[in-house]
Design a protein around this ligand. Structure first.
Ligand code: MF3
Ligand code: CO
Length: 254
């Protein structure tokens, strides 16, 4: 069952989403050679507490941090570490969520550390683009897998691959609600999209093959071939007027 949210509920989700967007923007200002992912996590906690919001990931299924910080071949769920110091040329995916007044927001972005190689920049660009390509299919009357298919199509046409093991999700009063939203698949399948649905769309895109493995810490997902991976995520609401991106200050689809 997919919950249809009222305008008032969507406003509450949006409040959380805007806090997440602002915190990610502030974290991005700290992305530079020399900073550790541990420090980034600490900053994210401090910023959330200033906003009286609770980090959504900390304690979720035992995950011990507020922030996921995934560097280079790390796909998602990178665990902040005092030993992971960013260096020029890295790319880092920051994934953050909060809950405020019972409603969740979730967003992720991949950013360059200093000057990065052209292939790394292209992977990040294509991953962000495919998120918007997917979101543009999130319109009333389409089916769920129209989002999935659009993402896969866009990515594979550009020589990259889509991670299968992790998917997007409904979001609202829980971090993860129905439905699951794969970033691959045939078009025209799954539930019909309706105004009031709130979805976290989050493609994870690999420069090499699609396979991932989980490191010994039981959380960090890395590419099997150790090539680069990028991740972008927005929480969106489906409205009568099309998709509304909640985790961004201006909400019109570009
Ligand atoms: N954005 C990710 C997701 O929606 C982050 C979850 S990390 C976890 O699944 F630690 F909370 F699991
Ligand atoms: Co998510």
């Amino acid at each position: 069952m997919i919950i249809l949210r009222s305008r008032a509920e969507i406003e509450k989700i949006k409040t959380s989403c805007l806090i997440v967007a602002e915190i990610l923007d502030l974290l991005l200002e700290h992305i530079m050679p020399g900073i550790t992912t541990w420090e980034l996590n600490a900053i994210s906690e401090e910023l959330a507490s200033k906003k009286h919001a609770k980090p959504a990931f900390k304690g979720y299924q035992g995950y011990p941090f507020a922030l996921c910080a995934s560097v280079n071949e790390e796909v998602v769920h990178g665990m902040p570490s005092k030993h992971r110091r960013l260096k020029e040329g890295d790319i880092i995916s920051l994934d953050f969520g909060v809950v405020l007044d019972g409603y969740y927001g979730d967003c992720a972005v991949t950013a360059p550390v200093g000057e990065i190689a052209e292939e790394a920049a292209r992977l990040c660009a294509v991953t962000e683009e495919c998120l918007y390509v997917g979101i543009s299919q999130a319109i009333s009357g389409n089916r769920l897998s129209d989002i999935s298919h659009a993402i896969q199509d866009y990515v594979e046409a550009r020589g990259y691959s889509v991670v299968r093991e992790f998917v997007g999700h409904g979001i609202g009063q829980h971090l993860h609600e129905s439905p699951q939203i794969p970033n691959y698949g045939p078009p025209g399948k799954g539930v019909r999209l309706k105004p009031g649905m709130v979805l976290a769309v989050e493609p994870m895109i690999n420069a090499g093959g699609p396979d991932v493995e989980i490191l010994e810490d039981q959380w960090t997902a890395v590419t099997r071939d150790r090539k680069l991976s990028a991740h972008f995520e927005h929480t969106i609401a489906i409205t009568e007027d099309g998709p509304q991106v909640l985790t961004r200050r201006e909400t019109a689809l570009q």
